[in-house]
Design a protein around this ligand. Structure first.
Ligand SMILES: [Zn+2]
Ligand SMILES: [Zn+2]
Length: 134
């Protein structure tokens, strides 16, 4: 296991700014929302935001939720497993889960088909516990 602190120290100024904004948000954040929040800190171009987010994804700190076109912090920055995101359609809450069987099944599919998986992410839409009971 790598030391998370070392990783944190290695972040660039832009990466730290984006990370801070994502941490502050309780929900996944879109690129333009980030741009609005970080404009005063010198991040003025969408490209800067996208590039920084890509770097954070490579560092495994952030995930991109394709179905929302938004980004969210990873709940555990060292996992190699496929994250499963449960996304509530009502309140927008997002939870990250892991499932060993799912991860190994995805690996099996790749092996069988000769496909080389780069990264995988599962997004499930529905209603969260809280919205379901209210
Ligand atoms: Zn994650
Ligand atoms: Zn909900």
């Amino acid at each position: 296991m790598k030391n998370k602190l070392t990783k944190k120290q290695a972040l660039t100024k832009n990466q730290s700014l984006v990370l801070k904004a994502l941490r502050k948000a309780k929900q996944p954040v879109g690129a333009y929302e980030l741009l609005d929040q970080l404009r005063e800190h010198g991040l003025k171009a969408p490209l800067q935001i996208y590039r920084t987010l890509d770097q954070l994804i490579d560092l495994k700190i952030v995930h991109r939720l394709e179905s929302l076109n938004a980004w969210t912090l990873c709940c555990d920055a060292e996992h190699d497993s496929t994250p499963v995101f449960a996304i509530c359609n009502d309140c927008g809450s997002v939870n990250e889960y892991f499932d060993e069987n799912l991860t190994s099944n995805i690996a099996k599919i790749s092996k069988k088909s000769g496909f080389v998986a780069d990264r995988s992410i599962i997004e499930i839409h529905g209603r969260c516990d809280q919205c379901e009971t209210s």
